[in-house]
Design a protein around this ligand. Structure first.
Ligand code: ZN
Length: 183
């Protein structure tokens, strides 16, 4: 097939999508979303993480929730360390980590360092399940649980895990993640 240039494809896709919506595009003229020192991607909550969790659950059962937790934990550590590398102190890095979640639309997160718990309003994970009308009896925010744990491990230097005791996906007003010591 004839190889089109990136510019050609961009113009074509832009014109086509502008014919169905007046909303400004997330992407720049090159089809890339680049904000705050990184390339981003925008995913519909109808698909992510709900679809990912559904398919991975078919493949590996309950291990899928552990996988999501571990991915989140790694991300949480990296997010926190990133703010420390930018020159912020421990407490500022903790605050900025949750401010970033507001900035990127993950949810509204408030961490209480004394009680070691986090409250999350409108977790994207819970809302993804709710959008698919999959309200159940178990919490669904395994990625978020991991992120909060990863941040806390980096902040405190202590081994711990996050336990989600309340979740919007099971009808609670907000999600609540409690940091518990391991071992
Ligand atoms: Zn939740």
């Amino acid at each position: 097939m004839a190889l089109k240039s990136k510019d050609e494809i961009s113009k074509e896709k832009k014109k086509l999508f502008e014919s169905i919506t007046k909303e400004p595009p997330f992407a720049d003229g090159k089809g890339r979303v680049e904000r705050f020192e990184g390339r981003r991607v925008v995913l519909d909550l109808k698909y992510f993480p709900y679809r990912f969790m559904k398919e991975s659950n078919k493949l590996m059962g309950r291990a899928s929730t552990t996988l999501m937790y571990l991915v989140g934990k790694r991300c949480g550590k990296d997010i926190y360390d990133g703010y420390v590398e930018l020159g912020h102190d421990k407490d500022a890095a903790l605050e900025l980590s949750t401010a970033g979640m507001w900035y990127f639309g993950w949810g509204l997160v408030d961490i209480d360092v004394k009680t070691k718990e986090a409250v999350i309003y409108d977790s994207f994970e819970a809302d993804s399940f709710n959008l698919n009308k999959k309200r159940g009896n178990t919490p669904t925010c395994h990625f978020f649980r991991g992120v909060i744990s990863g941040i806390w491990i980096a902040y405190s230097g202590k081994a711990c895990y996050g336990d989600e005791t309340m979740c919007k996906a099971k009808g609670d007003k907000y999600c609540r993640i409690v940091i518990r010591a391991t071992g």
